[in-house]
Design a protein around this ligand. Structure first.
Ligand code: SF4
Length: 128
């Protein structure tokens, strides 16, 4: 029997999820996979609850909730990466089109949408 703790973990609203897969790349731990057209946290121990996936979801399907769950497990993350290489979905800056080979990209919400912005365009987005 697994011991559980009260901690933060990603919650996915399947009614809002379109299965677009945009949230897969920001999850460094590989906790999110698309199964039968819906995003799922495949194993709770892979989700650290940091919520880097939240900002990119175009439908608001992702939230972080606090509840009972098995603890986050770094070793499980490494084991998962070894047996199941992650799906990589490249992103570009919504403003200038730069890809992440040429500038760091950050998830943002702007004008009511979730997207990515490069670090060169971010200051203009903040300061206008
Ligand atoms: S980004 Fe949102 S809508 Fe797209 S797969 Fe992930 S949870 Fe579903």
């Amino acid at each position: 029997m697994s011991t559980t703790v009260t901690r933060q973990i990603v919650r996915i609203d399947e009614d809002l999820c379109t299965g677009c897969g945009v949230c897969v790349s920001p999850c460094a731990e590989g906790a999110i996979v698309i199964i039968d057209g819906k995003a799922k946290v495949v194993r709770e121990e892979l989700c650290d609850g940091a919520g880097f996936c939240l900002g990119v979801c175009p439908t608001g399907a992702l939230t972080v909730e606090e509840r009972e769950a098995v603890p986050f497990d770094h070793e499980a993350v490494e084991e998962q990466a070894a047996v199941a290489p992650r799906t990589y979905i490249p992103q570009v800056c919504f403003n200038c089109g730069t890809d992440e080979d040429h500038a760091p990209l950050l998830p943002v919400r702007t004008a009511g949408t979730s997207t990515w912005v490069c670090t060169r365009c971010l200051p203009a987005l903040i300061h206008g």
